[in-house]
Design a protein around this ligand. Structure first.
Ligand code: G3P
Ligand code: MG
Length: 244
């Protein structure tokens, strides 16, 4: 089987399909698939014992039935946490997935992935390195080449040192003035920008430097149309079904 090389699509489900199903769960990925998304974005961080799991926050409180910091919990201790009940009773009992669980499901569904490295505070390099040590080997060659992104320059640098071949993107709230220097240093192929703060001329500048622009979090169809008109390649949406 030859490796798939297709580019990320126009629409990427945010944290799965966070408007329809609990974020960063396998149910959320299935929901995104059901709504027609072909790619999802999820957040990955490390447990205390170094297992990459899907979780946005540094603490478990908001999205599970458990208390405490992810960085202080061993993976085995998360088995009793319910990552679905907070969203609705329909999703009660949904487990916190590992990165390996996610990739297995994506292979079943033939879906692509934007993997956001979301390190717990102080674990930026460790997380980038640990994810790079397992993710490329997990990723099936038959699926589209994934995009690895992060707000953390240190995490991306650590990732690149171990797995230089995989496409990387920096996530930004406001585009920093030295974005081009950072992109050059990290070998980035894209910038992932906050849709509400991004300006049209910034899209043009980034594209002129040979990088793609993708935007988060876009839940309004008119905003998506405007961004596509500016040349934005993809929007990352909680409601992939509402995107044009
Ligand atoms: O990857 C884009 C977006 O997910 C970044 O923000 O906080 O939703 O992870 P956040
Ligand atoms: Mg994210």
């Amino acid at each position: 089987m030859t490796a798939a090389t297709s580019r990320p699509p126009r629409i990427i489900g945010h944290r799965g399909a966070a408007g329809h199903a609990p974020e960063n769960t396998l149910a959320g990925v299935r929901a995104a698939h059901g709504f027609g998304a072909t790619w999802v974005e999820v957040d990955v961080k490390l447990t205390w014992d170094g297992v990459p799991i899907l979780m946005h926050d540094a603490t478990l409180q908001r999205t599970t039935g458990c208390k405490g910091a992810v960085a202080r919990m061993a993976a085995a201790e998360l088995a009793g946490c319910d990552a679905g009940a907070w969203f609705s009773t329909e999703f009660e009992g949904e487990p916190i997935p590992t990165l390996a669980d996610l990739v297995e499901l994506l292979a079943d569904l033939s879906m692509g992935l934007n993997l956001e490295i979301k390190p717990c505070p102080g674990r930026e390099e460790e997380t980038g390195r640990a994810v790079a040590e397992v993710f490329p080997a997990l990723w099936p060659a038959a699926l589209p080449a994934p995009v690895v992104s992060s707000f953390s320059v240190d995490a991306l640098a650590a990732y690149a040192a171990v797995a230089p071949a995989m496409e990387r993107a920096l996530i930004v709230n406001n585009l920093p003035t030295d974005w081009a220097a950072i992109a050059g240093r990290l070998g980035l192929k894209a910038m992932h920008c906050d849709a509400k703060r991004l300006k049209r001329h910034q899209v043009a500048d980034i594209q002129a430097a040979g990088l793609a622009v993708r935007c988060y979090t876009v839940n309004d169809g008119n905003m998506a149309e405007r961004l596509f008109g500016w040349g934005v390649e993809s929007v990352i949406s909680d409601f992939p079904d509402r995107m044009p």
